[in-house]
Design a protein around this ligand. Structure first.
Ligand SMILES: [Zn+2]
Length: 426
């Protein structure tokens, strides 16, 4: 049965507009949007916008909250944090993985994320065949339990570093070979029967997969019409090692081997050379930034002006999930650039409106990174939407034109009155 709603305002991709009606079918898809849709609408008080898309998450890292934040001797880096993460991996059985993933997903929904790209690399619950891949299903079950829309980005992980065997906790990530990985991926696709769940192809990083295998994985993603994600240039050491072995940067290595197309999402790009970035974007590549995680890990500050000038399709992710709040990610995306460059308005839309540009990154950008029909309130898209309280004190002073910026820079979690996924209230 079709449902017709008329919120006070609806985000049409460029502005909040009044008097718009939205039709939603029984499957949870938007069927029509317009001012003159016939029928007796259900009136909703508040502003309707698309649910946010979390393009990069490691849900189990919810278990690291409060961990690795003490530095009695010296300050640490990403690599020190990774040791703490590996200790968590050692404790991860299927029940704990499912519980941590569900806690992450539940909190994401409460903050307004309606879809997640779960970059899933801890795939084994222990050693031995009985434990192989069981964590794939732990994550899928957590998504079912919470109702979040999931793109399970199944990671291929084969080496401990460039041309180095897996070591210690990394055994839990082992994909064995590209052939084995692809067989498993196809099996997984065949068993998924929830319309909210899909998969994607991942090479964990140039550290964890040899370039010839990255090429094969990328080709497999194109053949299967699936997104292809990879961690890239988050830490200088990765670039140094790549230069020592391959004589070039990880990004240039991908470009030289044709690993770039509009389904490719490079995650982080914190230290990417401007020319590499321009060539990558020109070839259709997308970028996912994780500002809160990059700050937490002390990774550095990406060259966002170059990405914006090149017209990059950007998205955000909560990565280590110390926080799972889209508004916080989006405001950090802009604020860290303001601090570093001593200028305001780094992320600007065509009319210079930062709030609008950030909302687009959090919705359309994420949807495109995960290739999901979400992020837009348009016919044919899933009715994954948020209803914002226009009377909430954190945004109450804003007029219609200021609302996007007010939401991003000032909105609090409880500004959300309702979170809808596939037309169902969560
Ligand atoms: Zn990550």
């Amino acid at each position: 049965m079709e449902r017709l709603i008329e919120p006070t305002m609806v985000w049409d991709g460029t502005a909040f507009r009044r008097g718009m009606r939205v039709g939603i079918d029984a499957q949870g898809r938007i069927t029509a949007v317009g001012v003159d849709l016939p029928g007796d609408p259900e009136r909703l008080s508040g502003a309707l916008l698309p649910g946010f898309v979390n393009a990069h998450s490691h849900a189990f890292q919810f278990g690291l909250r409060g961990v690795a934040e003490t530095f009695p001797e010296d300050p640490s880096t990403f690599w020190g944090w990774r040791e703490a993460m590996y200790e968590l991996v050692d404790t991860l059985d299927a029940d704990r993985c499912r519980a941590l993933s569900a806690a992450s997903f539940r909190e994401m929904i409460s903050h307004g994320f309606t879809s997640v790209g779960e970059f899933h690399y801890v795939r084994h619950a222990g050693s031995g065949d009985a434990h192989r891949h069981t964590l794939d299903h732990a994550v899928l079950d957590a998504a079912t339990e919470t109702g979040i829309r999931l793109r399970l980005l199944v990671a291929c992980y084969l080496t401990g570093d460039i041309a180095t065997p897996l070591d210690g906790a990394q055994a839990r990530f082992d994909a064995e070979s590209v052939d084995h990985y692809l067989r498993r991926l196809d099996d997984l696709m065949a068993t998924i029967d929830d319309p909210r769940h899909t998969v994607g192809v991942v090479a964990h990083s140039v550290r964890a997969v040899a370039i010839e295998d990255i090429v094969r994985l990328h080709q497999a993603s194109v053949e299967r019409h699936l997104p292809f994600h990879i961690h890239l240039e988050e830490a200088p050491k990765e670039i140094e090692t790549c230069r020592a072995v391959h004589g070039t940067t990880p990004m240039r290595l991908l470009l030289d081997h044709g690993v770039v197309s509009d389904n490719v999402v490079a995650v982080h790009c914190t230290h990417t050379e401007p020319d590499d970035m321009r060539d990558y974007v020109a070839a259709g590549g997308r970028v996912c930034l994780c500002p809160v995680t990059e700050a937490n890990l002390g990774d550095g500050i990406s060259d966002l002006p170059v990405m914006c000038e090149a017209g990059a399709s950007l998205s955000v992710g909560t990565d280590l999930n110390s926080r799972t709040d889209p508004l916080e990610e989006l405001r950090w995306l802009e604020y860290v650039q303001r601090l570093a460059r001593q200028r305001r308005g780094v992320v600007r839309g065509i009319d210079g409106d930062v709030g609008r540009a950030l909302l687009e990154i959090g919705t359309v950008g994420g949807a495109d990174a995960l290739d999901l029909q979400v992020g837009r309130i348009e016919p044919g898209h899933w009715a994954d939407c948020l209803l914002c309280d226009l009377e909430h004190p954190s945004i109450a002073g804003a007029n219609d034109e200021q609302l996007a910026s007010a939401l991003v820079f000032s909105g609090q979690r409880d500004v959300l009155k309702q979170v809808m996924i596939g037309g169902e209230t969560r």
